[in-house]
Write a protein that binds this ligand. Structure first.
Ligand SMILES: *Cc1c(COP(=O)(O)O)cnc(C)c1O
Length: 356
């Protein structure tokens, strides 16, 4: 947080009422659409809400299947399930941890209507291949770009490549509004439907008339003020994350059997979460490494349990997702980390795993 955020939020609190009650929402949406390179951007209460609106606005529901990666946050499957559609979990690639096109092929059925590639921890999925599959089989692509502000593929921003893209500004993401999200699209009708469902499906021409069940997914103006200030600083955050990843790579990149975040050719990752995978048996397991790091005052997080490991989605096992879920972890990644702090973390990781 900088003076810019304080100034914008203070201004929103002082002036954001009466005719100006949406002033910062409009500025944030316009600036975000421009940044991503799309025609429409719609603020939401969360990334999950944006994903739910995306599935709804595409008209998907009971009987439809949406392919989502097994190794991701539960929001992806839940957003599909909220509409009555069925999430079908496909496996991920071992290097980028993102949706595997070959596994997508295997999970396709006559009911498949959409695929949801995820920018896992800020790494781009193989969008060229996934878009080709979608074109060939007439599927919608819903980009879960929740952690991917600032990520590009061949110069195009994450979220602008499919039918619709979703972002999160939850407090741990690369840019934040406390809680919050954004849906982006080039499709005017889809944008209009998403905005409609985000505001209790209200009839724009008739006060308090709601022809169907909608949702209350609107962001507030002071949050948008915070978001606008954060967006104006996004390049600063991406640069910090990339610098921090470089420090980790220099110190941990040489350990055999240890894999760090990938950055496929032609893309720019944002290294939202600097992560490691223990790809062969070390002296300790992932969980023991996390415990010992905790004892040495280093905070970490495990990778996600695969979606199909959770009780409500139990199904066929996707081996790479399970391997990552059991052996992957996130290292400290905040933009204010110093090289000394990263050096300390990396020395502890090395010491615990292989001895100094
Ligand atoms: C953060 C995140 C979400 C959910 O965003 P919320 O704003 O917390 O709802 C969904 N998918 C992915 C991949 C995320 O990283």
């Amino acid at each position: 947080m900088s003076e810019r955020e304080i100034q914008y939020v203070t201004d929103a609190v002082r002036t954001g009422w009466n005719a100006n009650y949406r002033g910062y929402l409009e500025r944030f949406e316009a600036a975000f659409a421009k940044h991503v390179g799309v025609r429409y951007a719609i603020t939401t209460t969360s990334g999950t809400a944006a994903l739910h609106l995306a599935v709804l606005a595409l008209g998907l529901g009971p009987g439809d299947e949406v392919i989502v990666p097994d190794q991701t946050f539960v929001a992806c499957a839940n957003a599909v399930r909220y509409t009555g559609a069925t999430p079908v979990m496909a496996d991920v690639l071992p290097n980028t941890w993102c949706l595997d096109p070959a596994s997508v092929h295997k999970r396709m059925t006559p009911r498949t209507r959409a695929i949801m590639p995820v920018y896992h921890y800020g790494t781009p999925p193989p969008m060229d291949e996934l878009l080709a599959i979608a074109r060939e089989h007439d599927l919608f692509v819903i980009e879960d770009a929740c952690p991917a502000a600032g990520v590009t593929i061949n110069g195009r921003h994450a979220g602008s490549l499919g039918a619709v893209g979703c972002f999160s500004f939850q407090g741990a993401k690369i840019m934040v509004t406390g809680e919050g999200g954004m849906l982006v699209t080039d499709d005017a009708q889809l944008a209009q439907r998403a905005r409609y469902f985000s505001s209790h499906a209200k009839d724009p021409n008739r006060s308090f008339w709601h022809p169907e069940v909608g949702y209350m997914y609107r962001m507030s103006n002071p949050q948008a003020a915070l978001g606008l200030a954060q967006l104006e600083r996004l390049e600063e955050f991406v640069a910090a994350k990339r610098r921090i990843f470089g420090w980790y790579r220099d110190r941990l990149g040489g350990i055999s059997g240890l894999r760090l975040n990938a950055e496929p050719a032609g893309t720019r990752a944002n290294y939202w979460m600097n992560s490691i995978i223990l790809n062969h048996p070390f002296r300790v397991s992932r969980d023991e490494l996390m415990q010992q790091l905790h004892d040495r005052k280093v905070d970490t997080r495990p990778f996600f349990y695969p979606i199909t490991a959770l009780p409500m989605y139990r199904r066929a096992i996707n081996p790479v997702s399970y391997h990552l879920g059991a052996n992957g972890m996130n290292l400290p990644s905040g933009v204010l980390l110093t090289e000394e702090a990263v050096d300390y973390v990396a020395r502890q990781v090395r010491d615990i795993l292989v001895g100094s």
